[in-house]
Design a protein around this ligand. Sequence first.
Ligand SMILES: [Zn+2]
Length: 355
Amino acid sequence: MSDKPGTAELARLIAEAKRAVVFTGAGISTESGIPDFRSPGGIWTQMAPIYFDEFLASEAARRETWRRRFAMEDVFKAAEPNRGHRAVDALVRRGQVAAVITQNIDGLHEASGIPRDRIIELHGNTTYATCLDCGQRYEIADLRAVFERTGAVPPCSECLGHVKTATVSFGQSMPVFFFALMLQLLFAVYGVPLPFGYKLQLPSAGISESDTFILADRLRHLVLPTVVLSLLFIAQYSRFMRSSMLEVIRTDYMRTAAAKGVSRTAVILKHGLKNALIPLVTIIALTLPGLVAGAVVTETIFAWPGMGRLFINALGQFDFALLMGYMLLVSALVVFCNLLADVCYAWLDPRVKYS
Ligand SMILES: [Zn+2]
């Protein structure tokens, strides 16, 4: 063990702790020859990451992702667990460490002997691949052999889904149920400390504490489900808005507006935004009925007696009268929202005429 200050302190803390968890990042694996991603000279400074939506959308992006992965294969294959990994393994075996949480994708903690169920890989694992649709596992060596022969990794043999290393990509979404549970843990179970000794504590489930209607109480119960549902859509809408805005910014009338001396903010808000909103209106119109029809997962986690749960319960009880009413309402909403979108198009873009 080195004589660095802090090492003895760390040893003391681990020895005295009832239960400890080890959290590791790229640093622990550099000694094994695995380059890290973010530091100067790291992988992301040399090439731009490929986002998840690009991987799904384009064959070229998938081929490039795999090309990079196979180029790294000799590095990953040669890497052996080092002193750090073995020290963590020893702590786990002695029962002093309950679990290892790692940001690393190299699988070296597992290779050092720690049981799989004790390792939480936040960013996934690159030493094998899975089908994105059915989860079927594939080995890197097999995929590489096919890639070197044909220049591409074939789709899943079971379901024709895309096969990808079992890592998490940029832009890959967190499942709603996991995000919602984390919010509950943070805001309802622990609470967030605020200045002056206050603590932000939100209710984890239900729609109210008491039977009588208290507005503030109802609003407090709304916060977490609302955050979960809106963040989901904000992520989606902002991507659409961005690409739509980029297209509009390049048009002639935007340049004309700027040339006649309109300020940049006014150009973007008044001339750009309205035109860029048109594709977004279509998407909102299509998602709005779904929001009213219910978000089953979110409602279940927050014990919210909403439309989604009503539908699932009715389905389980063969309550056809309720199901028909529900379907009728949702269908009417789809028609109404599309009508609303059509009206919005005409308002946003005067060139749109319905005659
Ligand atoms: Zn599959």
